[in-house]
Each structure stands twice: as C-alpha cells, then as structure tokens.
Design a protein around this ligand. Structure first.
Ligand code: ADP
Ligand code: MG
Length: 218
C-alpha cells in the first residue's frame, strides 16, 4: 500500500468541503490540483487574494507543516507551490481557494459519543480554541432555539454580538450553518460521514464561511 492509499480520497479537505457545500454550508470557492497535474491557470477564475494549501497523507495540522499560505495573487501560485513542495515532501496535491475576509473564528464539530450519540459542538475557534476551551455541546438534533442558546452561552458571545464599535456578525447565517450540521435533517443523520470538525468557521457581518474542514478518523 502506498502512503497515499492509506488516506481515502473522501477524507481530504476538498472532499469534506464538497459534501458541506451540498448540505448548504458555505465554503470558499476553490480548485483542486492533484500533484503532477497542476494547472495553476485554472485559478484565474477565482477572486484574489488566494489561499494555497497542500493535502496528503498525515497532513493534519497544515499550518504547522508549512502547508497553508494566505494572501497570494494568482501569478504567485507556482512559486509558492514549489516552495511548499520542499517543506511538505509527500503532498498528494494542492487546494487553491478564495480567502475569506477576516472575522470571528469559530469551531463547529460533529462528535459521535458512544453513550449519547451524535453531539453538535461549537465554540471559539482558531488559535484560541485550545487555550480558552470556550465550547458548547448539545445532543442532535438541536432545534433552532437551542442553537441560539449554545451561541449565547459562549464566553465569546460578545464578539458575535459586536462590541466596541464592531458590527455584529451575521447571526442568522451562523445559526443556519449550525442547523445544517446538527439540526433536524442535518448532516449528523448521515452515519457514513462519521465525525468532522470545521475550524475555523469565519463569521463576519456579511456571512459565514467554513474555511477548514477535517474528517476525524473513527
Ligand atoms: P490547519 O488548521 O490545518 O492548520 P487551516 O486550513 O485551518 O489549516 O488554515 C490555517 C488558518 O489559515 C485558518 O485558521 C484560517 O485563519 C486561515 N485560513 C485558511 N483558509 C482560509 C481561507 N480560505 N480564507 C481565509 N482564511 C483562511
Ligand atoms: Mg484549521
């Protein structure tokens, strides 16, 4: 078995994102370039700034591996990819996607608890997720009022509501995303999807985008 065969195609970030998009979860527009078939010209249809990410076996924490570069113009992609290939020797390919505007970074997860069953998780994401451990959990399906309560219970709630002159994030879009994952008829019902984690979901006054999506091994 080659290194690449050890990771089934469906667990790669772009495949998880395709599944999310189908379920109504906003993800960045992007293209997949398998190693050896890198047509960076195809990125011309994406809006700059662009993000270049590598995918491949064992690439779990991409930033730490030097496998994420933000803020690129299309013309910079081939050079950035060549440098990334040196840092990440076994990459299976590249994902090029549109860079979402900065906002509040949240984590959204679907956990399957052996005793309680599917659980929706949300909280403060990005670099602060592990330091502050600000999360809320509810059993699926989570009705809309409870999704709103989950968000209100976070210590990060004031960041979502807007403070110190910053406008509130698009709460309706955030609630819709959480319902698509853990609400009635949500992705939690699809057992074959297992567990997954979106970290971060970036929330701005104009909407929400799941910019990272990771399938968790069973
Ligand atoms: P990993 O968590 O594996 O290190 P991510 O895909 O989460 O890699 O990327 C690292 C960080 O880069 C994210 O936390 C986010 O801040 C930023 N980022 C990644 N993709 C995008 C994107 N499409 N738009 C905006 N920011 C992004
Ligand atoms: Mg991430």
């Amino acid at each position: 078995m080659s290194a690449q065969e050890q990771v089934p195609e469906h667990v790669h970030e772009h495949a998880v994102k395709a599944m999310l998009r189908e379920a109504g979860v906003p993800v960045p527009r992007g293209i997949v370039l398998p190693a050896g078939a890198e047509d960076f010209g195809a990125a011309g249809e994406l809006a700059e700034p662009l993000v270049l990410k590598a995918f491949g076996p064992g690439l779990v924490h991409k930033s730490e591996a030097g496998a994420v570069v933000l803020g690129l113009r299309a013309a910079e992609l081939p050079g950035a990819a060549a440098r990334m290939r040196e840092r990440v020797p076994h990459l299976a390919g590249f994902l090029v996607e549109e860079q979402a505007a900065a906002g509040v970074e949240l984590i959204v997860g679907l956990v399957r608890d052996p005793a309680f069953g599917p659980v929706l998780l949300t909280g403060l994401g990005g670099v602060w997720a592990e330091t502050l451990r600000d999360t809320a959990l509810r059993l699926c399906p989570v009705p809309e009022p409870d999704v709103r309560r989950m968000l209100a219970s976070l210590r990060a709630a004031p960041l979502l509501a807007g403070s110190r002159g910053r406008p509130p994030v698009d709460l309706a879009a955030l609630v819709k995303l959480l319902l698509a994952v853990g609400g009635p008829g949500g992705l939690w019902e699809r057992l074959e999807l297992g567990e997954f984690e979106l970290n971060p979901v970036i929330a701005t006054p104009d909407g929400v985008t799941a910019v990272d999506a990771r399938h968790l091994p069973a």
